[in-house]
Design a protein around this ligand. Structure first.
Ligand code: AMP
Length: 283
């Protein structure tokens, strides 16, 4: 696997692959790679002839009081892991490479990006969509792979690609969890073993809510309330716990056919997100 740091190097490599009629998949990440990211790489290897992985801690998607400065940067380990998983190109640009001048042009997906995490982290999705838009212009992939772990991000990016007529198909990949059920995340590195045990309540509560719906529960507001209380009792501070339409992310109604349950909660200063579904209900 080759590691490159400049946009020009990516373009040159991709141009060569295209001349050989090879298809290209892109896996955008912020690095500190784990088995969740590798699941995206494995899926990409199945669909695309060549797989580009980007590692870029994108400053514009972090709020002023968030963890941009302390976010784990582990490029050497990331490169080793990607080599083991047969990725073809690692693109690890500097901030100056991706943002060579003050940004006047932003990509912003209205509505889908304004709710849930978007309401709690103003500007976050605008940062994500702007940087992913740049990465798609740089690598011009046939496919781009994103995790369902960040379900709202996946929905926002799908919409961006549709609205902006990108020639890339967005592929969603199921959430990779550890044996206990905890969703793998780079931010889990901020947690002690005791914290991880506490964090497990998130997946357990989501699963319990899913089971309740599968058993016929349709009072979604009540279910969200109970779930929030359960998380708070376990010592978490809940940002939101919502049952939404899996496609529009609007709050679920009695006649919503496909449901997704999403939550974000703080464990100390670490913000964790997770979601389950999609649940199809008879209406
Ligand atoms: P990040 O490095 O956290 O920005 O994540 C990069 C990509 O990996 C995103 O598309 C995430 O949704 C995806 N991802 C992160 N964790 C997981 C996981 N546990 N399972 C599946 N995909 C994941």
């Amino acid at each position: 696997m080759k590691t490159v740091h400049t946009i020009q190097d990516v373009r040159n490599q991709v141009r060569q692959w295209r001349q050989e009629s090879l298809t290209v998949g892109l896996v955008p990440t912020m690095g500190n790679l784990h088995a969740g990211h590798m699941s995206l790489v494995k899926t990409a290897k199945q669909h695309s002839d060549k797989v580009v992985v980007s590692v870029f801690v994108n400053p514009t998607q972090f709020g002023p009081n968030e963890d941009f400065d302390t976010y784990p940067r582990t490029l050497e380990q990331d490169a080793d892991l990607l080599t083991q998983h047969d990725a073809d190109l690692l693109f690890a640009p500097s901030v100056a490479e991706m943002y060579p001048q003050e940004t006047f042009t932003w990509v912003d997906v209205e509505h889908l990006g304004d709710r849930l995490c978007g309401a709690k982290r103003p500007g976050h999705f605008r940062g994500v969509t702007t940087v992913v838009s740049k990465l798609l212009h740089i690598a011009m992939p046939d496919h781009a792979y994103f995790g369902e772990k960040d379900y709202q991000q996946l929905a926002v990016l799908r919409r961006m690609v549709e609205d902006q007529l990108f020639a890339t198909a967005v592929i969603g990949v199921p959430t990779e969890r550890d044996a206990s059920g905890l969703a793998l995340s780079s931010r889990n590195g901020y947690l002690s073993e005791a914290d991880k045990e506490q964090a497990l309540t998130i997946y357990r509560t989501l699963t319990q809510a899913r089971q309740a719906i599968e058993a016929g529960e349709r009072d979604y507001a009540e279910l969200c309330q109970q779930s929030t209380e359960r998380l708070e009792q376990a010592g978490l501070t809940v940002d939101y716990f919502e049952i939404v339409d899996a496609n529009t992310l609007a709050p679920a109604q009695k006649n919503t056919a496909a449901l997704r349950i999403l939550t974000a909660a703080f464990l100390g200063t670490t913000r964790l997100i997770d979601n389950v579904g999609t649940i199809f209900v008879d209406i």
